[in-house]
Design a protein around this ligand. Structure first.
Ligand SMILES: *[C@@H]1O[C@H](CO)[C@@H](O)[C@H](O)[C@H]1NC(C)=O
Ligand SMILES: *[C@@H]1O[C@H](CO)[C@@H](O)[C@H](O)[C@H]1NC(C)=O
Length: 800
């Protein structure tokens, strides 16, 4: 709707200006639209307009309006845009003149252009962008670009609105120039993590009747602020770790998330607040959070490891978590055997279950890896016993015998029950010390020895030998002749035994014809304390020598009377005259007799049986044969050399006794000679015997004196002495010589010094020392020095 305002001004004083007229039209009228009836309003008729050649003088105003002369009206010639014409200036008017010629006249015409709401509020930018940190506080202001509305007045810009208005509100303020400033005020803080980008619409409206509006987008980018700390996925991690895991093993990974962006969200990890030893064992990768092993984990040192791990972003915000590593035991420790006490040696007679060693065994591992069992390699002789936890004793199991095994290497092996099992072992050497538990043993259960009769006294016959399996002193064997009697005579008068060598000597000369054999016992005794002994029977057999000549029993050789065998002259050939009977006390060949005729009056008449000694005739007796026949028969034994005896056999060849008597009177002259011979023999024997007894008594006296002296020495110096039977002190015996001969045997090279051993009748022993003997003294000295040595293993057994 257009409203036409007509204003008519009367100009009085101006010569050329005859009047003016004003119109008011809205802008944007279409071409040819009516502006005003100028002819009517100025009072001009249409002819004058034609004649006057009326025209419009627009000057600089532009030809928006034209003059229609026929109708005398002003019409819109061109579109009038008030905003283009006047911008914001009000009022906006076109000023031009209507000029007439003949006469020249002109009229002032003002056409006011009124605004219509043809412009919407307009934002110059298509959108506005803001980058606002999420840390911006409430009340923060952000100036927005204003909208422009070219219309003026009521059609101009009226107000703004913002949508959505969750975070921001609009605020209009007047600035210094009086313009309205529009601001956006933060009402509710932003959170990038919730909404990173906000799109708001700012709408500007004008006040026109038909309200127009313009919008602009406000893009708000929320800038990150480090408002979020890193957060671990778990506050406590648990993991198990096998001990002795190799260095560099990747164990686990912890993760902390930081909602922030960019550097604010970059998390670095570190192990914090831990002692140095943890840092030597574990390391964490700074960015990845991977935990690796860099040291040695030993279950025996620590069963758990607690790590505090810190995650930190660039802004300095941090979180921490705990990691608990449980260390799993591995069987990496062998049992340790600690020998607490050991015995170097035990006597062989130690009782069953004697403790020889005590030890402590422990294993640093846990559970089965630390459960230890111990056993012995040589389990026959010893056994091991678990006395209390971790403590073991080694005890003897069976009877010990030094003679069987004098040394044991006892190997103790302890192994745990881990898989695989670890074990360790220790060997201890145990000596078994000797106890005198073995008697001397003779090499044979009995001995038989032979000696030819008529031996030299002092002859060594043979040797008995006994061995003792014990050690040292316990094995030192002495030989002793056991006391017994042979035919009522002490056996010591027959034989003696050398104490240290076991050599048996004949004390006397044996006579087979008196004693053919005898037995005695020799005792072997060791030097232990108490001593052990055994005995053996020795059978000594005396062998015969041909020391006896045959003895003729018949015919009896009497001194005075004469015996003759009678042979009748009528005797046939082979007549048994007599039989020579002879015996030989020797035995065997030595007693095997043979008879021969040695001499005869008439060899052709008699013969003697070689074996039986029978004297027979070998031819017919004749008258020419003499009455008196004398035969000499020799009896020989078969010994080497042989011995013989002769016998004279008188034979009377006669038929009557008186004939014989006359012939035999000359046989008697032999008798006196025989009686004289017997007397002298007895006398000589008596003298010799007396001298011999005297001699023996003197020698024995001297020997007793020396023996006493040597016995004193014996007591003082000799530590080991053979056992002396009780009768020893009575060695003098009686000194008498009942039926036995005493012999003194001296076997030293130098008999002057009397350093010798005696085999003595009536004394059973043995070893007699002479103090003047340098050799014996040396031996005593050396034995004494052995005994005096402090470390000597010998046991000293005193005589007393
Ligand atoms: C015991 O061990 C030692 C040293 O190894 C060795 O000389 C000795 O013969 C061993 N004894 C036994 C009875 O095995
Ligand atoms: C000799 O030994 C036997 C056993 O061999 C024993 O019975 C006897 O008593 C011993 N004799 C003497 C005298 O010691």
């Amino acid at each position: 709707m257009r409203r036409h305002l007509f204003c008519v001004f009367s100009l009085l004083s101006l010569s050329s200006v005859f009047g003016q007229v004003s119109y008011s039209i809205p802008e944007e009228m279409s071409k040819g639209s009516f502006v005003g009836n100028i002819a009517q309003d100025l009072g001009l008729d249409l002819k004058r307009l034609k004649t006057g050649k009326a025209r419009l003088h627009v000057g600089s105003s532009g030809e928006y309006i034209e003059l229609n002369k026929e109708r005398g009206v002003l019409l819109i010639k061109d579109r009038i845009d008030r905003e283009a014409l006047c911008k914001q200036t009000t009022p906006c008017a076109l000023h031009f003149q209507i000029i007439l010629e003949n006469p020249i006249q002109f009229y002032q015409v003002n056409v006011e252009i009124t605004d219509i709401n043809d412009n919407a509020p307009l934002f110059k930018m298509s959108n506005m962008s803001f980058e606002i940190s999420e840390s911006a506080v409430r009340g923060a202001k952000f100036v927005l670009e204003k909208a422009v509305d070219y219309d003026v007045g009521i059609n101009g810009l009226k107000g703004y609105s913002l949508n959505p208005s969750d975070n921001f509100v609009l605020k209009l303020t007047d600035n210094a120039v009086g313009e309205k400033e529009v601001e956006m005020v933060l009402e509710k803080t932003l959170d990038r993590e919730q909404q990173e980008r906000l799109i708001l619409t700012l709408t500007a409206v004008d006040g026109g009747e038909t309200q127009l509006s313009g919008t602009v987008k406000i893009l708000v980018t929320v800038l990150d602020a480090n408002d979020n700390a890193p957060v671990f996925t778990e506050s406590t991690y648990k993991a198990s770790l096998i001990e002795n895991s190799p260095k560099g093993t990747s164990l686990m990974r912890v993760t902390a998330t930081d909602l922030d962006q960019g550097t604010n969200g970059v998390v670095t990890y570190s192990i914090s607040g831990n002692t140095d030893d943890i840092l030597e064992v574990f390391e964490i990768h700074q960015t990845s959070g991977e935990i690796r092993l860099i040291g040695k984990v030993d279950y025996e040192v620590s069963k758990h490891y607690l790590l505090h791990v810190k995650a930190r972003d660039q802004g300095g915000l941090s979180d921490s978590c705990k990691i608990l590593f449980d260390i799993t035991d591995v069987n990496d420790n062998s049992p340790v055997i600690d020998l607490m006490s050991t015995t170097q040696s035990v006597p062989e007679d130690s009782p069953f279950q004697t403790v020889v060693a005590v030890m402590n065994v422990h294993d640093a591992d846990s559970d089965n890896n630390g459960v230890v069992k111990c056993y012995l390699t040589d389990s026959d002789t010893f056994f091991i016993e678990n006395t209390s936890k971790g403590f073991y004793s080694i005890l003897t199991n069976s009877d010990l015998d030094r003679e069987r095994a004098s040394e044991y290497n006892i190997t103790v092996t302890c192994s745990d029950e881990g898989v695989p099992s670890l074990s360790s072992s220790v060997t201890l050497t145990l000596q078994i010390s000797d106890v005198n538990d073995n008697p001397p043993v003779f090499e044979r259960s009995s001995y038989e020895a032979y000696i030819v009769e008529n031996n030299t006294p002092g002859l060594s016959i043979f040797t008995v030998k006994a061995t003792d399996s014990d050690w040292n002193q316990n094995a030192r064997v002495s030989y002793i002749l056991e006391d017994s009697s042979v035919n009522g005579v002490p056996v010591s008068s027959y034989v003696s035994v050398s104490a240290d060598s076991g050599v048996i000597h004949a004390v006397r000369s044996f006579d087979y014809e008196q004693i053919k054999d005898f037995q005695f016992r020799v005792k072997a005794q060791d030097g232990g304390s108490p001593p052990l002994s055994s005995n053996v029977t020795v059978k000594l057999m005396i062998q015969d020598q041909n020391d006896n000549a045959p003895q003729v029993l018949y015919p009896v050789q009497t001194g005075g009377s004469l015996v003759a065998e009678m042979v009748p002259r009528s005797a046939d050939v082979g007549y048994l005259v007599t039989k020579v009977v002879a015996v030989d006390v020797d035995s065997g060949q030595n007693a095997w007799l043979s008879y021969k005729l040695q001499k005869a009056t008439d060899r052709a008449l008699f013969e003697v049986g070689l074996q039986n000694g029978e004297v027979r005739t070998i031819r017919q007796v004749t008258d020419k044969d003499a009455v008196k026949q004398r035969l000499t028969v020799i009896v020989e034994d078969n010994g080497q050399p042989s011995r013989s005896a002769t016998v004279i056999v008188n034979v009377a060849v006669a038929d009557s006794f008186p004939e014989v008597l006359s012939e035999f009177t000359d046989f008697t002259h032999d008798k006196e000679y025989n009686e004289n011979l017997t007397f002298y023999l007895v006398l000589a024997l008596a003298v010799v015997s007396f001298l011999f007894i005297t001699c023996v008594v003197v020698i024995i006296s001297v020997k007793i004196y020396r023996w006493r002296q040597s016995r004193i020495l014996y007591h003082s110096n000799l530590p080991v002495i053979p056992y002396y039977p009780p009768r020893y002190s009575d060695t003098l015996g009686t000194g008498t010589l009942p039926h036995v001969y005493n012999y003194e045997v001296c076997r030293t090279t130098d008999s002057r010094k009397s350093d010798c051993k005696f085999g003595r009748a009536g004394s059973q022993n043995v070893l007699i020392m002479d103090p003047s003997s340098t050799g014996t003294m040396q031996r005593i000295q050396s034995e004494k020095s052995i005994l005096d040595e402090p470390d000597s293993p010998l046991e000293v057994s005193s005589m007393d």
